[in-house]
Design a protein around this ligand. Sequence first.
Ligand SMILES: *Cc1c(COP(=O)(O)O)cnc(C)c1O
Length: 666
Amino acid sequence: MVLKEFLSLVEVDRYNQRYQQTIADEKYFGMPLPPIVDTEKRLRQKSCRGVAYFSMEYGLATSFYNCYRWLGKPADENYPPKNSVFSNHRLADCSFELKSGEIIDLPIYSGGLGVLAGDTIKTFADYKLPVVGVGILWHSGYFRQKFWYKHGQVPQKMRWDPSCYPGLIPLKNVIKIELPNESIFLRIWKYYVYSYKHDFALPLILLDADLPGNRPEIRDLTDQLYRSDNAWLRIMQRIVLGYGGVLALKELGYNIKLFHLNEGHAALSFIEKCRGRPKEEIASVREEFVYTCHTPVEAGHDRFVQEDLKNILSKEDFVLLEEYGIDKDNLVNLTILAINACSSVNAVSKSHQRVMSHQFPEYKDRIGFVTNGVHPYTWISEEFYKVFKRFSTVFSDIDHNPMILSRAKELKKNKGFRHAIWSAHQANKQKLCRSLEKWGFKQDVFTLCWARRIAAYKRPSLLLYDTEQLVKIARETGPLQIILAGKAHPQDNLGFTFINEMMDKVDKLDADYQHLKVAILENYDLHLAKLLTESVDLWLNNPLPPYEASGTSGMKAILNGVVQLSTLDGWMVEAKDMGIGRIFGYQAVDLGSLTGELQLHMRDDSQELYAALRDLAGIYYKTNNAGSLDLSSPWIDMMVDCIAAGGSFNTYRMLDEYKSRVWPPK
Ligand SMILES: *Cc1c(COP(=O)(O)O)cnc(C)c1O
């Protein structure tokens, strides 16, 4: 019965050949089928106030959260290859295996923006909201990072097989985008995102241009995320997401009353909605759009010369674009289009609101903020979850309300709790050290990590600026273990040189290996992010203020009691007085001009970084003196404060704010 209903609502392509076994008996790849049917019906009801959430990328952490079962024959390319490690103990360097036999994460993300989108739609599902995610099926994902001895990164094209990826199904539905010079056919795929409790599921629709009816250049549009060879390609990808997304929602019969744009990439959806309407109606279209801007830097805003769009779009569409999307340099600017198209605009932290208001002074009064968060049930480690359950008199409804973590403060003097979080952390750290056993990583050595996208403003090499100082700290205060990881966008030459520089410096630390171990891990992804954010002692975050819009990896870490060492930027501006670690470095008091060459302040900031690190290492080694634990240590105070702050920097708080401050009232 349920299956029949499902198949009548969702036209699965080649169901009999491929999916008969895995979608049957009230099960969808091992998950309950009824919640899917309920949502599919609900989204089609006339009275439904459906929400479409648009994002270019989604990082759903499908390998460790909401895992589906697949009964068919697995495809080899859907399993991760082994990654290598580059360390200052070159003899040990070989491949590094995190988890074997596990399928890769759905490879349609590149970094923080995608992970945020994934965490957000999981939270929509937890809240049982009628939401549809809209994105793109990237056939080659982002890219796979390979190290090339000590010469840096070699980007490799990755391949995966969507036709046998658990939870993902192709639909029979094909839509057509009609442009003056050609048509684009798009196949629709579906992936379902379940709530934490598996009692609700929402559809994520993924658009795919790789169809025989399209010419090769069009088929390639959904090949690789953030490929930016030329303007035509970038524009066409934004047409696929913006126009294609709206058409797909219509094709599937969903009643959408609100379009939430995650970043400006999908801003052309507004043009699709306005086409053919009289001017008076445009105001009401605007009421249906809200926009979240994540971009702190000029280069992040999508800008195109007008001619390039004129050549592609119809006259009518271009007139709309001229009216709403031209910036002061006379360029088509999708950020400007999104600001003009939407009834509400928000930055992703208080600091980012200030930066955005400075960048777009004429829109200042309309720019609000909702600070980003992370999905607690994805990022809290099992060990810490068990501790929270054990202290259930304080964390009474941790399963429904992660904001309750702020009550960790009440347990600050509780010896049992302090001991429990220290032990949970040790268990997590043990897992990490086991994976790095060949490199001699030890559980009672102070361990810190810098891992995120390699971009100039994030200053990946700051920690290695003056390696002599690092060695000195390690000799005088106690040994250090450092883990570094991150991908540089393949077309970012500067990013490439950072990796190169880091490897070169690490290579030269060969002789200091006894005190100072440095390991650079290849191919940073969700899997590694999970392992690292739950297991190191100290999470380093050193963007150049004010260029970090929010940053989220530190939020994952605090949920696991991992102490922060950070510059004052992004979410840290709001967390600075919460006792979760140390703040150092340059502060963006005066915004001045945000364009032009970055002044990275490497020398001054690295000195401040080393001073803070020496201090923290000292506290750490007083806490954990060769296995003897000082429970009253200020280190454990910081760990407790981290957990308490986790009550604020999560997607539940974030979604409550979207509902009350950003989305229009019912
Ligand atoms: C969380 C996450 C990020 C974002 O890290 P930031 O600290 O915001 O730069 C990037 N990549 C992956 C894989 C992540 O999980």
